[in-house]
Design a protein around this ligand. Sequence first.
Ligand code: HEC
Length: 118
Amino acid sequence: MRFVILLTIILSVAACGGGDDGMSSAAVEGSEIARVAGCAACHGSSGEGGVGPPWIGLVDSEIELVDGTTIIADEAYLRESIIDPQAKVRAGYEITMPENTLTDSEVDKVLAYIEALG
Ligand code: HEC
């Protein structure tokens, strides 16, 4: 029994980075905000995506907008996409993102979470 507990601890430490363990406290708060504010309903409970684009692997990736331009999803773009979802709409999604009421500091934390997802 003790061995099993020890093994569980070792495995969860080894898995660090996959879960919340490896994240900064801002990123952990950001994931909580994404859940409470409903972002996770469309972007996935672990950032894996759904009706909205995945957050995993999003930072600094190349994405296409509905007007056909290709841009790099840098921090400025991600911030703008949260504050003003209609400013730049990503191609390939059935719906557009609704407005939200996140404060600046909440946006910072959600961005820290998206960045922590790699
Ligand atoms: C009803 C579903 C829905 C909800 C809720 C939602 N989004 Fe989105 N989001 C989308 C869709 C669809 C897109 C891509 C189309 C677009 O740009 O409008 C998107 C795009 C984004 C992007 C740009 C990512 C990219 O790949 O271009 C960010 C960042 C983002 N959302 C963050 C958030 C945050 C933070 C919240 C919560 C406050 C949230 N979203 C809530 C559906 C949603």
